[in-house]
Write a protein that binds this ligand. Structure first.
Ligand SMILES: Cc1ncc(COP(=O)(O)O)c(C=O)c1O
Length: 388
């Protein structure tokens, strides 16, 4: 059968492919150090699993509203009010099958052919693909280590055209781990409001920040920007619930309603009993979030020290998420070549920066144990030394 043209316009996720390759090598008995995963290595906290089990036993096994369980929408709105100072109600929220699905729904709901979406690079690899699938045009704005891989207000201003519909902001960032300061967020908000465009604020790593860094939601900076922001968030990273597939969008009611319509004809509701786990995640103790954050903080320290001690590699200190994004250009290799050779020669799995729009970098996830980090860094050091 002749496939639809849209299939050839997108590429399969490189991160998922590499993670799968590393898993397959492990299954063959090969001692692989994998820094490819975009997920916490912890199990989902026990009280969250217990709440989902209880819901399952109580027969919460039927179709629910496409918009999400009312109790979960309420709990999310409350979280956004108390944690982020945002005046949302349940009607401003849709529960989706993960943050990825949130963004996909949103693109389908708002992008028309030819609409431009501004995406700072390095970017999370699914953003441009989703824009393409929705018929839009990604306007990629490259950033560099000199600005902490953050887009400046001047760069944003310059990228705006009459066709601009959205600007995607991701802080803390995947892949760089960088967190925009409140001042930087304010300056970007000013440009968004003046240009009368919308901003998608992907806040999925909001709970994973270090050294007192503050994750400020751009929507909290006044009514004008609030009315022009759609927040995407989820449970995967903060609560180690990647496989549960629960995320959400929050924003103006008309936009949320449009995403509910789209969702009602694609996936319908998110797994009903899983949503009860998410309610417990929000309503019960947040101690588990802090414990995981502290573990990530220690690992970040170790991996960053080891990485920056390798001659030829350099990596700025990120304030959030669980990724490092070093520059590998001194090895003379481009990122795909680097990653393939590293996996073959030293059995270390990392993600090529080209997947994120930055071919001189690689992404390492430190969401793994300290012993694996030590071993993997020994191997990476050997590999880089053999190339320089
Ligand atoms: C920046 C960013 N946004 C969104 C997501 C989607 O997360 P999920 O669909 O697992 O909720 C991810 C996952 O890796 C991410 O890194």
């Amino acid at each position: 059968m002749k496939l639809a043209a849209r299939v050839s316009q997108v590429t399969p996720s490189i991160t998922l492919a590499i993670a799968a390759k590393a898993k397959a090598m492990k299954a063959e008995g090969i001692d692989v150090c994998s820094f490819s995963a975009g997920e916490p290595d912890f199990d989902t906290p026990v009280h969250i699993k217990a709440a989902a089990k209880k819901a399952l036993q109580e027969g919460k096994t039927k179709y629910g509203p496409a918009s999400g369980e009312p109790k979960l929408r309420e709990a999310i709105a409350k979280k956004l009010r108390t944690d982020n100072g945002l005046d949302y109600k349940a009607e401003n929220v849709i529960v989706t099958n993960g943050g990825k699905h949130s963004l996909f729904n949103l693109m389908l709901a708002v992008i028309e052919p030819g609409d431009e979406v501004i995406i700072p690079a390095p970017y999370w690899l699914s953003y441009p693909e989703m824009v393409t699938l929705a018929g839009g045009i990604s306007v990629i704005v490259p950033t560099s280590a000199s600005t902490g891989y953050k887009i400046t207000p001047e760069q944003l201003q310059k990228a705006i055209t009459p066709k601009t519909k959205l600007f995607i902001l991701n802080s803390p960032s995947n892949p760089t781990g960088m967190v925009y300061t409140p001042e930087e967020i304010k300056a970007l908000a000013k440009v968004v409001v003046e240009a009368d465009i919308f901003v998608v604020s992907d806040e999925i790593y909001e709970k994973i920040v270090y050294d007192g860094a503050q994750q400020l939601s751009i929507a909290s900076l006044g009514e004008e920007i609030f009315n022009r922001t759609i927040i995407s968030n989820g449970f995967a990273k903060a609560y180690s619930m990647t496989g549960w597939r629960i995320g959400y969008l929050a924003g103006p009611v008309d936009i949320i309603k449009a995403t509910i319509t789209i969702q009602s004809h694609s996936t319908s509701n998110v797994c009903t009993f899983a949503q009860y786990g998410a309610i417990a995640a929000l309503e019960e103790s947040q101690e588990c979030v802090e414990q995981m954050r502290q573990a990530f903080a220690q690992r970040r320290q170790l991996m960053l020290e080891r990485l920056n001690a390798i001659p030829g590699l350099s990596c700025p200190k990120p304030d959030g998420a669980f990724y490092l994004f070093p520059d590998i250009s001194k090895t003379g290799l481009k990122s795909l070549e680097f990653c393939d050779a590293l996996l073959q020669e030293q059995q270390v799995a990392v993600i090529p920066g080209v997947a994120f729009g930055a071919d001189d970098n690689i992404r390492l996830s430190y969401a793994t144990d300290m012993a694996t980090i030590e071993k993997g860094m020994d191997r990476l050091e050997k590999f880089v030394k053999s190339r320089i």
